[in-house]
Design a protein around this ligand. Structure first.
Ligand SMILES: [Zn+2]
Length: 175
């Protein structure tokens, strides 16, 4: 770290402590050449993550939007707020660690869909039917058939209150 007084590159740390807000480390240094003291801060580089929408618009990553969409899909389903939040937090961390500044909204959507597919079929169908355009309705139907075959006779879909996926699509169309 260059000394601000004499530009020497030699300095020693004489004190090191966590700053009040705990997001940075404050270091007192002493220049080995001119003996001047100065302070440096070390903090995590915060990368602002941008979401690229289908129309090519860039907007800040907003975890509350993802959570809201999932809550809607999980309404009256046995999925806790905690499950949703920990999934979104984990995903956000993963995106940060990747170090890229942009993520396609479609990637986020697909990720949520596959998570819901794992945990609850009704929530999955609700989310996927809203998220994926009806242009791929045939593809979507095939997926549903596969899902129903896979899960047939076991899991939460076995209970009496299970809603048939096609009913849900019908509901959406009428709105
Ligand atoms: Zn100096």
């Amino acid at each position: 770290m260059k000394c601000p007084y004499c530009s020497s590159l030699e300095s020693k740390v004489i004190d090191s402590r966590l700053a009040k807000e705990e997001t940075s480390i404050r270091r007192r240094r002493e220049c080995l050449d001119c003996k001047s003291r100065f302070t440096t801060y070390e903090r995590v580089e915060e990368v602002e993550l941008l979401v690229v929408t289908k129309g090519g618009v860039r907007e800040p990553f907003d975890r509350s939007k993802i959570i809201a969409g999932m809550i809607k899909a999980c309404e009256k389903r046995p999925i806790s707020m905690e499950d949703i939040e920990s999934f979104v937090s984990g995903y956000e961390r993963e995106l940060q660690e990747r170090g890229e500044r942009e993520v396609d909204s479609s990637e986020i959507g697909e990720r949520v869909i596959s998570k819901l597919y794992e945990i609850d079929e009704v929530a999955y169908v609700r989310f996927a039917s809203v998220y994926r355009s009806f242009k791929d309705v045939n593809q979507f139907m095939n997926e549903l058939k596969e899902l129903l075959r896979e899960k047939g006779g076991k899991g939460p879909g076995d209970s009496k209150d299970a809603v048939h996926p096609l009913t849900l699509i019908q509901e959406k169309k009428e709105k």
